[in-house]
Design a protein around this ligand. Sequence first.
Ligand code: NAD
Length: 414
Amino acid sequence: MAVSSPYKYIKIPAGARITVREDGTAETPDNPIIGFIEGDGIGPDIWKASQHVLDSAIKHCYGNKRSIAWMELYAGKKADEVCGNYFPHETLDAIREFIVAIKGPLTTPIGGGFRSLNVSMRQELDLFACVRPVQHFKGVPSPVKNPQHVDMVIFRENTEDVYSGMELQAGSEDAEVLRAFCMERFGWEIRPESGLGLKPTSEEGSKRLIRAAINHAIKENRKSVTLVHKGNIMKYTEGAFMKWGYQLVKEEFADVAVGWADCNGDPGDKILVKDTIADIFLQQILTRPMEFDVIATLNLNGDYISDALAAQVGGIGIAPGANINYETGLALFEATHGTAPKYAGLDKVNPSSLLLSGVMMLKHLGWVEAADVIVKALEKTYQEKKVTYDFARLMDDATELKCSAFAQGVVDNL
Ligand code: NAD
């Protein structure tokens, strides 16, 4: 039954609203209204599969006591079809009102057209932390010898850095004005006909992200937080990120955490906060992954690191993610891969990334039992070698299943 709605296209189902406690955590009713964006390309296939598993696990764990009232939100191609607009404002309003949502991937044209809907959504809702846990699930094929040694949670800053969209096209009048100003004011030599972009990195933006990473380390009993940066080259942006991180440890976490330089690498019972340069980090996650735990980093580094780490544990088809503002409580869970257009509508791809994002969402809501049974059932299904094409081609004697059949296999293993 739909209830009366202030929205033009969104239909609000019967259910109750999630509220946010003072500490930013979610207070979840037994029948929360949760928004979903199906997504473009393979989005509808993986959403249908994931929703089936999420609903089945909730029923399995809580019977009729708990269920999610799903509310469709529009963005991307479907929004254009339904609302005549790729990014209707009411989608953002509904996420603000209902607090928690989950989304499939959305298409972004390269080098022109509209800005990335994903990036716009994160920035408009100020979802400053992109949280990506990376761990290996038994049975998943991996290109490294010991994928089980990878167990990290990446906190990627989502709102600043070169992703802020402050770019001027080469040859434009605005680019020439900025170039002339930089030459006159700072004596910077910039070639004519250069594209220009800004890399804003603020103390507030850096500290709130690193604060979220340290709080996560405390909550999850993690041993270290590593600040990953290129401060050796970009001193006042990436270098400042590191400096503010160590400052924050002293200002707010002195009783539970300590910076490397203040303990000579021996933190005792405290959480060790250390830093590393981004390029050497990409080598060390391959050679010494056990040394890393929670990672806090800037936007662009975080993008590269997430995909590199995901590859070590089975690829982007399985890596989950969430975009969270730990102050307002707004949270948008999402598949980390794109729309894989060549597989759209084929019921072929791996729904694990979106499904595991749903698992993160269940944990966020406090429905830990349902989250845990899904992870166990997923592992069992991988170990039975009943998998989608991407894993099947890397395994001997695997049974290749369609996306929907794989989801049913997981449900059967609940
Ligand atoms: P992509 O992630 O869509 O696909 C790259 C390749 O990865 C695919 O061809 C496929 O082989 C594999 N792959 C991706 N998802 C898979 C899955 N679930 N199961 C199995 N294999 C999978 O990357 P792309 O081709 O660079 O981007 C396509 C579109 O997606 C672009 O418009 C891009 O902007 C967009 N995109 C969106 C998001 C997002 O919504 N968060 C993220 C990345 C890219």
